[in-house]
Design a protein around this ligand. Structure first.
Ligand SMILES: Nc1ncnc2c1ncn2[C@@H]1O[C@H](COP(=O)(O)OP(=O)(O)OP(=O)(O)O)[C@@H](O)[C@H]1O
Ligand SMILES: [Mg+2]
Length: 344
């Protein structure tokens, strides 16, 4: 009983782009880019999060700023552990009466070794109990989808490194497919387009700004939006500025967007028909930062023929859901046992 009174449940979305920490009763305490800047020789952490992101590709030779989770997996275990430790320290008092329980949302496509690495990181960072759950399950709980019902719910989480499409019924995943295509790939596609068409090199952060400002997957109004950007001329090596418009950005994004739609279609093709019928009625819910790409919901809906909704605060769903995971599961157990007590 004391354990419950004093212990904290921490939900963490360990994303390739952003790490979020949600604490039950307290809300979101950390929302930072998954970036760490370290001194090369000593391996000392200089900064984490926003400050470190500003240093990406701008560091002097003795400091490196890295994204330890690129592509949704733990590319660098040691640095990931340091990052988790820092974020927990930033969001929580240094000492707790009872060590926290931690639920971490991770992409379902990661390997068993990577999953264990995440668990180990969290234990080393001070958790008493660690549960690693699929990102889509966390996202669905965070988006308040009634997944405990015996009905098909489709969730599509479009993150930075991965997109994950899952069909969930009775709080369990029935079918899931993940691809290593997400917002990062959108940025790369924009940078590649500018390199080949405009003969100019831009950084990925500039490409991300273009995507957020004028990027889209579909636009029924066909209004033209322009944006000026600076970069390096591929031939002369000199800095220059060009103007690009939303139509060419949409064209550049076609390929990665198509991969996501194909994944949704493939997932539906493997979904049992009863659950498919539910999904047509309930629609597909989009979460993750990629869900905010202008018109993506409309395009998916047109291509797949199912209504599509964007979750409230799509960037926060996984962290919220991880933070509420224990309550959600307790609710399920309660429902089952109360049913039994009536002799069902
Ligand atoms: N308004 C927006 N329009 C388009 N894309 C956006 C917008 N806001 C954020 N994004 C993109 O969302 C992505 C980050 O989303 P999110 O935080 O869900 O990813 P993540 O959880 O870190 O990654 P993953 O789930 O793959 O590990 C980035 O690629 C970012 O550029
Ligand atoms: Mg994510």
């Amino acid at each position: 009983m004391f354990g419950n009174m004093f212990s904290t449940d921490i939900g963490m979305d360990l994303g390739t782009c952003n790490t979020l920490v949600y604490i039950k009763g307290k809300g979101l305490v950390i929302n930072e880019p998954s970036v760490v800047a370290i001194e090369k020789n000593t391996k000392r952490v200089i900064s984490v999060g926003k400050e470190a992101k500003n240093m990406l590709l701008r560091t002097p030779t003795d400091i490196v700023a890295i994204r330890p989770l690129r592509d949704g997996v733990i590319a660098d275990i040691e640095t990931t552990e340091k990052m988790i430790r820092h974020f927990i320290a930033m969001g929580l008092p240094r000492r707790w009466l009872v060590k926290p329980r931690m639920v971490i949302g991770i992409p379902s496509c990661i390997t068993e070794v990577e999953r264990r690495a995440v668990e180990e990181c969290a234990y080393k960072a001070g958790a008493r109990d660690v549960k690693v759950i699929e990102e889509s399950l966390a996202a669905a709980i965070g988006a308040d989808i009634p997944i405990q019902e015996p009905a098909g719910n489709m969730i599509c989480d479009i993150g930075g490194g991965t997109s994950e499409v899952s069909v969930i019924s009775m709080s369990g995943i029935v079918v899931t497919k993940a691809i290593r295509v997400g917002g990062d790939e959108f940025d790369e596609a924009i940078a590649k387009h500018i390199r080949t068409v405009h003969k100019m090199i831009i950084g990925l952060q500039a490409a991300e700004r273009i995507k957020i400002k004028i990027g889209s997957a579909y636009d029924s109004t066909n209004t033209i939006e322009k944006m000026e950007i600076g970069g390096t001329d591929t031939i002369t090596g000199l800095p220059r500025r060009i103007e690009i418009d939303n139509l060419e950005v949409r064209e550049a994004l076609k390929e990665p967007v198509r991969s996501i739609i194909v994944t949704i279609k493939n997932t539906l093709a493997e979904t049992p028909p009863e659950l498919s019928a539910d999904i047509i009625e309930r629609g597909i819910v989009l979460t993750g930062g990629g869900a905010l790409l202008q018109g993506l919901d409309i395009l998916i809906s047109k291509e797949v023929g199912v209504p599509v909704f964007i979750a409230d605060e799509p960037l926060l769903c996984v962290a919220k859901g991880a933070g509420k995971y224990y309550d959600h599961m307790r609710g399920n157990i309660y429902r089952k046992s109360s049913k039994n007590s009536f002799g069902d």
